[in-house]
Design a protein around this ligand. Structure first.
Ligand code: FAD
Length: 356
């Protein structure tokens, strides 16, 4: 279920909700320390939306801090470098960036049981739509990530620090179907010690910000991945899996020692697409905290952030459901704070999201 179908579709016809699709929020507008609305670019034209009460920023870990910085809310020295007038010096905006760094073991699959477009699987591929339609089974019923698990990279840990995800196919990129048969066991560090940073590349809202995840800067993260790759190899060599396996495609049989595994990890580490933390929640006395425990931006009136960027520490698992939970909590906070306020002002809240 997509978040749009779950949360937006059921209420989209409400008279006090207006959705602007294909719209870029360019700036949060402030009068002193109070947020009064946003400037958007809609159908090629600039428009100003005013907020009588507050603006809820939900543009995600990359764009929420970008929008704040474009609006003068962020590290003062960086804003000045881009010629942006500083409305509030918030050094934590864009800092504390975290993700789950990942590497994987890939095996060939001579029996062609895995998902790929090949002449051997042509009958299976051709039957897939019908199987899905009538039996809700077969290739099209799978998201390819068929199994997973959590494990400890070393003894003495209170909770698992690695996540494995088993994919029944060799996915080279998100857009094309694989041609070669094989499968992959991904290993990701659940609680990396390394923190990255996100900065503006330009004061132009249409220019993407610069992300530096600084993956593997901390030794602990590298050691966890070395242990993870070894565990992945061990699992793939077990009889239940070995009967489907051919040769190891990656890291490859030549990569054996810890030093060789480390070189492989450093050359191949990737994102799990779980960026969080760039507007972290924390108490006011923490200079790097951006929002308080009710998601309100410190020192600013009328601005909340409600997305994955507020996580102080990355969750030990996938980030989508926790992000929705943050949205649910934000809704509760807003409803509680609104108690007693007359309903009906149609533009009380403007959520910075373009996906309807
Ligand atoms: C390829 C990929 C695969 C993933 N797979 C999984 C998975 O299997 N399981 C899992 O749990 N998580 C997964 N995730 C992570 C998950 O999608 C995110 O953690 C989650 O969506 C974060 O939610 P969010 O609300 O913080 O931000 P987002 O979902 O990114 O929402 C932010 C929204 O704001 C909009 N926006 C941004 N800037 C502006 C602007 N200036 N003006 C207007 N609109 C703007 C964006 O278009 C977007 O719609 C995946 C992510 C990616 C990219």
């Amino acid at each position: 279920m997509s978040s749009s179908r779950a949360f937006l579709h059921p209420v989209v016809h409400r008279s006090n909700l207006q959705v602007f699709a294909d719209t870029l929020v360019e700036r949060i507008n402030l009068e002193g320390a109070r947020v009064v609305g946003v400037t958007i670019r809609h159908q090629g034209k600039k428009e100003i939306l005013t907020a009588s009460r507050e603006v809820v920023l939900a543009a995600g870990t990359v764009n929420s801090p970008q929008l704040m910085m474009l609006s003068g809310l962020g590290p003062a020295d960086m804003l000045r470098r881009h010629g942006i007038r500083v409305a509030a010096d918030l050094p934590g905006v864009g800092a504390n960036l975290q993700d789950h760094p990942t590497v994987s073991v890939a095996m060939s699959n001579p029996g062609a049981e895995s998902y790929a477009l090949s002449w051997r699987t042509a009958p299976r591929v051709a039957a897939a739509p019908l199987r899905y339609l009538f039996a809700r089974s077969g290739m099209l019923a799978s998201n390819a990530a068929e199994a997973g698990g959590f494990l400890y990279s070393r003894e003495g840990l209170a909770r698992p620090d690695l996540q494995m995800t088993f994919m029944v196919g060799l996915k080279d990129n998100p857009r094309t179907l694989p041609r070669r048969h094989g499968f992959v066991l991904h290993v990701a560090v659940l609680r990396p010690v390394t923190r990255g940073r996100l900065e503006l590349a330009s004061a132009d809202p249409g220019t993407r910000p610069v992300m530096n995840p600084r993956f593997l800067e901390d030794r602990t993260d590298v050691d966890a991945l070395i242990a993870g790759l070894k565990a992945a190899r061990r699992i793939l060599a077990m009889p239940a899996m070995a009967r489907y396996s051919g040769s190891e495609l990656s890291p490859g049989p030549g990569v054996k020692s810890d030093a060789e595994l480390e070189s492989f990890i450093r050359a191949n580490v990737a994102t799990t697409y779980h960026p969080v933390g760039s507007c972290k929640m924390g108490p006011r006395h923490d200079p790097m905290a951006v929002v308080d425990s009710r998601l309100r931006v410190h020192g600013i009136v009328g601005l909340r952030v409600a997305d994955a960027s507020i996580m102080p520490n990355i969750i030990g698992g996938n980030t989508s459901a926790p992000s929705m939970m943050i949205g649910e909590r934000a809704a509760e906070f807003i409803a509680q704070d609104c108690k007693g306020i007359t309903a009906g002002a149609s533009r009380n809240f403007i959520a910075a999201t373009a996906h309807a």
